[in-house]
Ligand binder design. Sequence first.
Ligand SMILES: [Ca+2]
Ligand SMILES: [Ca+2]
Length: 120
Amino acid sequence: MKTRVLNAFAVSALATAGLLSAVAPASAAPAKLKCEAGHFCAYEHINFGGAVLVHSRAGRGDTVDVVNDRTSSGSNNTGNLWVGVNLRLGIGDDVFKWAKYTDASTLGGANDKIDKFDVK
Ligand SMILES: [Ca+2]
Ligand SMILES: [Ca+2]
């Protein structure tokens, strides 16, 4: 009897593991949530939601324009530093920095302020 109970548990555990592995690819799939390898992505809303405002492979030394005052999160899957810049009165303020291979689901005080990105 004890053996039968253990077997039932083992089958149940296997079934659960199978279910999880079957579900994982689907939940990891939404393109908006993950920026492709080698790209930087900026998003309209927090938590990588809304429109994809930037999807770029720009290299070090480049400047990437973005629609003004919309960026609320971003994902840096590059080996470069990406700096969000707020332009005002002709002066650029570095308001948010993405170190290489980092994500930011919110931008704090830099929310909806970035007007371009400098790649460094
Ligand atoms: Ca926004
Ligand atoms: Ca701005």
